[in-house]
Design a protein around this ligand. Structure first.
Ligand SMILES: Cc1cc2nc3c(=O)[nH]c(=O)nc-3n(C[C@H](O)[C@H](O)[C@H](O)COP(=O)(O)OP(=O)(O)OC[C@H]3O[C@@H](n4cnc5c(N)ncnc54)[C@H](O)[C@@H]3O)c2cc1C
Length: 303
């Protein structure tokens, strides 16, 4: 019987495990090996690791964890979580079971890209979804924006100091006239045609439209739709907000006693929406684990 089971071995889960290990709490971390940033070789915007391979961070974290005897790490897929505070059971894909008093969900989210041939293959190199993560890498080039809808103006305004030129690739979707006016005030142009395909071209990409015309870009910022990567919040009846993120309080606690959540999967109070970044996931993992330790202590003290 573990005190805490952490599901997820990305930045949020690894940090939660480190915090629990440092407090000598008996914990297990389960990792199915599907990381959201797996397509990228360069992770940005994390102080001390800017530009490094995300796999390096995970390897360094696992080396750190090896120093703490109370934490076990297991490779494996969890398929089901049942139970309640003090008595949760995790069922693994190989039929194994893990009993734990508490659970931290650090299972992340999974992306779905607009259905444009070639876009998925470029995602993580010449195409990205986050200007904080990949905007600087497209500096001084023509940048194409896909699938932003009304958010195109905000994206264009964020990229204006970075990109040499901004082109909204509307892909046949109508552009609201007000959005069009704002975009032109920002110096962005609009290509209305549907995109036939995107393909790598040098360090950037070649966009081919259905009418046969083409456009070279240094990079593409694309919207993605995301969903929970794992079904455990639903299985446990944890409250999920309108954007699809697990709702947590400022300490990472969900609506279900004994279940905390951290990282991309969760959203805390007071935020305009989920904020997805490695640094924020690390902070959330630490917070959820520290709060879990406090909850264990309160139980022990009968407080
Ligand atoms: C293309 C791309 C590039 C990005 N680049 C950057 C960047 O440069 N800088 C930055 O700050 N952020 C970047 N991000 C965002 C960053 O990847 C996430 O914010 C971060 O990975 C979230 O960490 P996490 O621990 O919540 O989830 P993840 O890192 O996604 O980890 C989820 C973990 O849960 C595990 N898991 C899920 N389901 C199960 C299950 N059923 N059983 C067992 N384990 C399970 C997975 O195997 C994995 O270990 C990028 C995202 C994408 C898509």
């Amino acid at each position: 019987m573990y005190e805490v089971a952490i599901i997820g071995g990305g930045p949020a889960g690894l940090q939660a495990a480190l915090t629990l290990g440092r407090m000598h709490r008996r914990a297990v971390l389960l990792d199915s090996g599907r990381y959201r940033n797996a397509p990228v070789r360069h992770m940005q915007n994390l102080v001390g690791f800017d530009g490094r391979d995300p796999a390096e961070l995970r390897e360094a974290a696992r080396r750190d964890l090896a120093a703490y005897d109370s934490v076990e790490t297991l490779a494996g897929e969890v398929v089901r979580v049942d139970g309640a505070l003090g008595a949760f059971t995790l069922t693994l894909a190989d039929g194994g079971r893990i009993d734990t008093a508490r659970v931290i969900l650090a299972t992340g989210v999974a992306d779905t890209l607009p259905e444009i041939p070639g876009l998925a293959a470029l995602f993580g190199t010449a195409a990205a979804h986050c200007p904080f993560c990949h905007g600087h890498e497209f500096a001084g080039t023509r940048v194409g924006l896909i699938g932003m809808g009304a958010h195109a103006t905000r994206m264009a305004a964020m990229l204006r100091p970075i990109a040499a030129e901004l082109v909204v690739l509307a892909h046949g979707e109508p552009v609201d006239p007000e959005v069009g006016d704002q975009l032109s005030r920002l110096g962005a142009t609009i290509r209305a045609e549907r995109i036939a395909s995107v393909a790598p071209a040098g360090d950037g990409a070649l966009v081919t439209f259905e009418d046969g015309s083409t456009l070279d870009v240094g990079g593409i910022l694309t919207a993605t739709a995301w969903r929970q990567a794992a079904p455990f919040a639903e299985q446990l009846g944890v409250a999920i907000g309108p954007a699809g993120a697990i709702e947590v309080d400022a300490l990472g606690r969900t609506s279900v006693p004994g279940v905390a959540a951290a990282g991309d999967a969760a959203v805390g109070p007071g935020l305009p929406g989920p904020m997805h970044a490695v640094g924020l996931s690390i902070a959330a993992g630490l917070t959820a684990a520290a709060a879990t330790v406090q909850d264990l202590v309160s139980e022990e003290l009968g407080a």
